[in-house]
Design a protein around this ligand. Structure first.
Ligand SMILES: N[C@@H](CCC(=O)N[C@@H](CS)C(=O)NCC(=O)O)C(=O)O
Length: 413
């Protein structure tokens, strides 16, 4: 039977049906579409949508259930009528208690929605509560329901993939040891790996654009953290040896450059110009403002583009790249893009940056991911060089860049 799952590249809501299909031995083709095409396919205008010979099915859980039921001998929906109901309990729990707050936590990180301190605090607390419930349930169990993998495991683990990779740091995860023991078991199954690839757990919590370096976990959480710190500081002070002389403050090399050779191009002013004007205006203004003596333009290309297999991993990589470049905020501006997808190979990462000074060393100092790219200076005096810069700074998802379909993009503003 011909089945096609229509989705966005990297959509975690598509994972559950695809993983279930791996377990059940059901073949599903994947078609990545843009928002416009998606709107026509389902009554909600949202994806994923499964195209079947009888018609389409919308809502990711309905799709996953359909796939699981296609091959009842795979037992993904439990072995008894009762077990099926318990699988349903956990699928519903996942939709309401986990998936939703997880998106509110992770979407600002990947730039799908703006960051809001109070919403972040609430979402994180809600996720913690759900994980507490799960942790208690998994205390003496290998799988969520019965003795084998079911759609309950697949659905919940799929909802946790991005949060575990991007947001849940080791300290957070340590509160829920049973959950992450079980998660580890799930994501290492070959049926999971075939769909989601390798899941590298977050070493630190990625910060959304617009959040301070320590995001506001709601007032209560901030207060709770403050009191013990003060106590600790007092104790440490009493026991501490006399302070060593303060190290001499080392000034950022670009701060020194700003003092020694000020540039007529002010980075903040350029960013405002870009943000507040349509392309035809900022393009003209940029070339009037550009100071080739104090700044340089660069195109960067990922050195390992030939190894890219999953579009969503590349999308995560450029999200992380712009986050880690934060120390260059005053002295750099740029765009990073992913072109291509699993359905439209090759998948490639490239970007175009304006940077203070004549070298990319300051960026690699701030963000060592930059070492994984080749950096080529753009000749601003040539028409081709100018056109390349303008193309990179106007490109957008679903459009084209250097003749390739853009599937993700990030702006470093
Ligand atoms: N409850 C739906 C939610 C689907 C959903 O929100 N899909 C997102 C992609 S992850 C979407 O299509 N968003 C586009 C839009 O909201 O217009 C499901 O589980 O399928």
């Amino acid at each position: 039977m011909a089945l096609t799952l229509v989705t966005y590249p990297g959509n975690f809501r598509a994972f559950k049906a695809l993983i279930a299909a791996e377990y059940a031995g059901v073949e599903i083709a994947v078609k990545d579409v843009d928002a416009k095409a998606a709107a026509k396919l389902s009554p909600t205008g949202k994806v994923p949508v499964l195209e079947t010979p009888q018609g389409t099915i919308f809502e990711s859980n309905a799709i996953a259930r359909y796939v699981a039921r296609l091959r009842s001998d795979a037992d993904l929906y439990g072995r008894t009528f009762y077990e099926s109901a318990v699988v349903d309990s956990w699928i519903d729990f996942c939709a309401h208690e986990l998936e939703l707050p997880c998106t509110l936590w992770v979407y600002p990180i990947i730039g799908y929605m703006p960051f809001s301190g109070p919403a972040y605090g609430k979402a994180k607390a809600h996720v913690s509560q759900a994980l507490k419930t799960l942790d208690a349930h998994l205390l003496d169990k290998t799988y969520m329901v019965g003795e084998a993998m079911t759609l309950a495991d697949i659905t919940i683990a799929s909802a946790l993939v991005y949060p575990a990779k991007l947001a849940m740091d080791p300290k957070f995860r340590a509160q829920f040891p049973n959950v992450f023991r079980w998660f580890d078991l799930c994501v290492h199954q070959p049926q999971f790996v075939a769909v989601i690839g390798d899941v590298a757990l977050a070493e630190s919590e990625m910060k959304p654009e617009g959040a301070s370096s320590a995001p506001q976990g709601g007032k209560k959480e901030a207060k709770k953290e403050k009191a013990p710190k003060k106590e600790k500081a007092k104790k440490e002070k009493a026991a501490a040896p006399p302070p060593a002389p303060a190290p001499k403050k080392v000034e950022h090399p670009l701060k020194i450059l700003d003092k020694k050779s000020p540039s007529p191009l002010n980075g903040d002013e350029w960013k405002r110009t870009y943000k507040n004007n349509p392309p035809e205006v900022w393009k003209q203004k940029f070339w009037e403002m550009f100071d080739p003596k104090g700044w340089a333009l660069w195109v960067c290309r990922f050195k390992y583009n030939h190894e890219n297999e999953k579009q969503f991993m590349c999308a995560n990589a450029i999200g992380g790249f712009v986050q880690r470049s934060d120390a260059m905020r005053k002295w750099a501006f740029g765009t990073m893009f992913v072109t291509g997808s699993e359905a439209c190979l090759p998948i490639e990462i490239s970007g175009c940056w304006l940077m203070r000074g004549d070298t990319v060393e300051n960026l690699t100092e701030a963000n060592d991911d930059a070492l994984c790219y080749t950096w080529t200076k753009i000749d601003h005096t040539s028409a081709a060089g100018r056109a390349l810069v303008e193309e990179y700074w106007t490109a957008d998802v679903d459009g084209f860049l250097e003749g390739k379909l853009v599937t993700d993009g990030k702006l470093f503003l």
